[in-house]
Design a protein around this ligand. Structure first.
Ligand SMILES: Cc1ncc(COP(=O)(O)O)c(C=O)c1O
Length: 477
């Protein structure tokens, strides 16, 4: 019975994803108004799904006015759904976007507010700014031709060699430079991996909830997203195995250490087992590790990468979140067979991360001052987290206190409709992330992510009090 329920749920999900896939292609302008859509048989073949699933998706397109039927001919795109690629007066719109891109997170974060709880980023005042500026001068003295030189595509050799040593010292990993690719932030790494390893309608496993910009990237790529719940205890490994058998996913995108948005950390015991599953079912684990060193009391378990012996993990280690956001340095680590195609994608994207950023990062990150700074940062973050938790005590909201990271993942009462609450907060200059944008199923309506890393201590207190007051007034009784 349980199996029946879950297979009905899967079919529903599949048809919904086929629908989303067709709508995205229409919105991208690939299929224009009055174009004939592919036959049900052809699309089912292309997407490797059942014809009935495509049929249901087409029926839904028709119901929603996105497609119409011509008797004995097939389905056609209805007017008003594609992006306007050709303008009647081209000179009045010289450049017209041909793509439909969405970044739900950025849309919220771009709104300027006083109480910025939506940015999972370190308060710039916590970074050793004065010391950094001395550094800039030093680095330019050491490399006088720095501004006049491109980096190679893979990343500055000196930095790559340092990163190999760093991974050896911190995780006992034996790497060579050909296992590495330096990217401009973790975001670029996710994007490149997605371009290289996901084709339209490829099944991929993604945590539920997850980092919302990654979701937007995968959707843009046309992936068939299969959610895997993440909880305080990690994943249900039996379920993960079942999904791997059933769907043969290309990748499993995971953020197992101080997970965004929940703060959960997948326990050590599961990490080795997950790598074994990945090997058994040939599913590439994409391990996104954006804030590994931002722990409070004790360091997190070793990355999945350390258990990988056969090249089934590609590891994304960003340093931009807590070292120097302005430099946006991240390293992707994997076997050359995984990294080489990414190098081509990187060369197409930007031909290499700016050399100035890489050199500045290298000399700053390897300094003793940096080590000291990280220690202080951890304490400052923990203090901020505790302030927010203290202020939230009276709200009746619930959460699991994270052991590191930047966020609280809060469950609000059903009586508080989050969408309206967020609008009200925005009007009063407070922002946070609604859980729904982190959910592949778009259902987590009662959850929000509150970041405590960006606002100073005084503002944190007053901001949370304001937030709680608005919630009190806004609750439906
Ligand atoms: C899990 C996760 N991955 C990747 C990123 C992007 O990192 P970067 O700033 O290095 O591009 C973030 C940023 O919030 C994140 O939380």
């Amino acid at each position: 019975m349980k199996q029946e329920e879950s297979s009905t749920k899967d079919t529903k999900l599949l048809f919904r994803q086929a629908y989303d896939y067709i709508v995205t292609r229409i919105e991208l302008g690939e299929w224009q108004t009055h174009d004939k859509l592919p036959s049900i048989r052809m699309l089912a073949q292309e997407l490797r799904i059942h014809r009935l699933t495509v049929f249901r998706a087409y029926q839904m397109l028709k119901q929603n006015g996105k497609a119409y039927v011509k008797e004995k001919s097939g389905y056609y795109v209805s007017p008003g759904n594609t992006q306007q690629v050709i303008s009647e007066h081209p000179e009045s719109h010289p450049v017209t976007s041909s793509g439909f891109l969405k970044n739900s997170l950025a849309e919220i974060q771009q709104v300027p507010v006083v109480y910025q709880f939506s940015q999972a980023l370190i308060d710039p005042n916590l970074l050793p700014n004065l010391y950094l500026s001395e550094y800039v001068k030093q680095v330019f003295d050491d490399y006088p031709k720095l501004m006049g030189t491109y980096s190679n595509v893979q990343g500055d050799e000196e930095l790559c060699e340092f990163l190999c040593r760093y991974m050896k010292e911190s995780h006992n990993l034996q790497l060579s430079v050909s296992d590495l690719l330096v990217t401009t932030g973790g975001q670029q790494a996710i994007d490149l991996i997605s371009r290289v390893y996901i084709r339209p309608m490829d099944p991929i496993l993604v945590e539920r909830p997850t980092y919302s910009s990654a979701l937007d990237i995968f959707r843009q790529q046309g992936a068939r997203i299969i959610p895997v719940d993440i909880t305080l205890g990690g994943y249900d490994l039996e379920k993960v195995e079942m999904l791997m058998i059933q769907h043969r996913p290309r990748i499993f995108y995971m953020n197992p250490t101080f997970h965004n948005p929940t703060g959960y950390t997948v326990p050590k015991a599961q990490r080795k087992q997950l790598v074994e599953l990945a090997e058994r079912y040939h599913c590439l684990l994409v391990e996104d590790d954006a804030i590994h060193e931002m722990y409070f009391d004790e360091p997190p378990p070793e990355p999945m990468l350390t258990y990988d012996t056969n090249g089934w993990v590609v590891y994304i280690r960003s340093f931009s979140k807590y070292v120097a956001p302005g430099l946006r340095i991240c390293v992707v680590i994997g076997r050359p067979s995984v990294i080489t195609p990414l190098l081509t994608a990187k060369s197409l994207a930007d031909n290499g991360t700016p050399l100035v950023n890489q050199k500045l990062f290298l000399h700053y990150f390897e300094s003793e001052r940096m080590r000291q700074h990280l220690k202080k940062l951890r304490i400052a973050l923990q203090v901020r987290k505790e302030i927010v938790e203290e202020e939230l005590k009276t709200t009746g909201w619930t959460w699991d206190s994270p052991k590191g990271g930047f966020n609280l993942w809060l469950k609000l009462p059903e009586t508080l409709p989050v969408e309206g609450f967020l609008n009200e907060c925005m009007e009063q200059s407070i922002s946070f992330i609604p859980g729904i944008i982190c959910d592949p199923l778009r259902e987590m309506r009662s959850w929000i992510r509150l970041s405590y890393s960006f606002i100073n201590e005084e503002h944190l207190r007053s901001g949370v009090r304001r937030l709680a007051n608005i919630a009190e007034r806004y609750s439906v009784r």
